[in-house]
Ligand binder design. Structure first.
Ligand SMILES: C[S@@+](CC[C@H](N)C(=O)[O-])C[C@H]1O[C@@H](n2cnc3c(N)ncnc32)[C@H](O)[C@@H]1O
Length: 315
């Protein structure tokens, strides 16, 4: 489904949302939701309007390009007409469908990998072993630039106490553990005995096994069993996407002020912004991305590293 977005600078985003919904509500289906967003559906295309500080964010999605253009035109014309005290500029992005979004040009991806601290022998071997042992599942492993970023974040946060949700064959655990001091602790959660057996071997090889405690079983149960006090310095979430909102909630409550939670795959290959994708994990990730952006417990930034990485720091 083609999607197009625009960001309009205005100190009054909420006022325009109400005005548009009220005006267009006579001819189209339109509403303002509890969180102040507007939704207007015109002839099979929908525009979602969200207030964000001094901006109004617009997303149009429709079955085809003609309908996208029609909805864009109606929304932009009315916005400009309602703006009697200021001049609004609505510049729509070229429409793309979620599955067509190329987050990183492959050539740039290679260049980027060639320009970060290189992976050592252990990590290089783990990449090869993971492909041999798991075949197609090897794509779940984080990339080296993301791993380097994790190690750096752990050091920058001065973390001693870390949690990882989603170990697989252990690449990200090694990267996190390497950022911890010698007496640091990483609680590593996964359901797979087979994959984490490989992880444990490579934790030994990397010399970080003594800092990592593996717990097998559903991660949500292990998180809920943690003490309620805010003792986590850093957490990395990279497991079943549908459970991300639950993982985030359990972790954010236990993060110490200044602690950080990192979430992988927040773009879902671009599908997160395409309303044609409505499976449970799409809906869960879309809702969580919105929630984090408005969560006043944290400051957050979404980074275009590979499939999207959100970093949220507890206030
Ligand atoms: C994307 S992989 C993690 C990749 C890993 N971070 C790395 O760097 O290689 C997702 C992992 O989450 C685990 N997983 C899936 N559902 C889970 C659950 N409910 N609780 C704990 N782990 C789960 C899978 O077994 C898998 O190993």
């Amino acid at each position: 489904m083609p999607v197009s977005t625009a960001t309009v600078a205005t100190p009054r985003p909420g006022r325009y949302i109400k005005q548009l919904v009220s005006h267009l509500g006579h001819k189209a289906s339109a509403e303002v939701t509890g969180d102040g967003r507007g939704s207007i559906t015109i002839g099979g295309g929908t525009c979602v309007l969200s207030p964000r500080g001094d901006h109004l964010d617009l997303i149009v999605a429709a079955q085809d390009l003609d309908t996208v253009a029609r909805v864009q035109d109606v929304v932009a014309r009315h916005l400009v007409r309602f703006a009697t005290q200021e001049e609004l500029s609505v510049d729509w992005s070229a429409p793309v469908a979620g599955q067509d979004i190329q987050i990183l040009d492959p050539v740039l991806g290679e260049y980027l990998l060639a320009h970060c601290t290189p992976a050592d022998e252990v990590l290089q071997e783990l990449v090869v072993k993971t492909i041999e042992a798991t075949g197609g599942a090897a794509g779940m492993q984080i990339s080296h630039d993301e791993g380097t970023f994790l190690t750096m974040l752990v050091k920058m946060v001065g973390a001693r106490n870390a949690v990882e949700v989603g170990v697989f064959t252990g690449y990200s655990s090694i990267c996190i553990a390497r950022g911890l001091p010698a007496d640091g602790h990483l609680l590593a959660l996964d359901v797979s005995d087979e994959w984490t057996t490989i992880a444990q071997h490579y934790w030994e090889r990397a010399g970080v096994a003594d800092r990592i405690q593996l717990k097998l079983g559903p991660a949500i149960e292990a998180l809920r069993a943690l003490p309620a006090d805010p003792a986590i310095d850093i957490a990395f979430i990279d497991a079943d996407k549908v459970s991300y909102p639950a993982y985030y909630e359990e972790i954010v409550q236990r993060l110490r002020p200044g602690g950080v939670v990192v979430l992988d795959n927040v773009f879902l290959g671009g599908r997160v912004l395409d309303p044609a994708y409505q499976e449970d994990h799409h809906v869960a990730m879309r809702g969580l991305n919105d929630l984090i952006a408005g969560d006043d417990r944290v400051d957050s930034v979404m980074l275009p590293i590979r499939d999207g990485v959100t970093v949220a720091r507890k206030r």
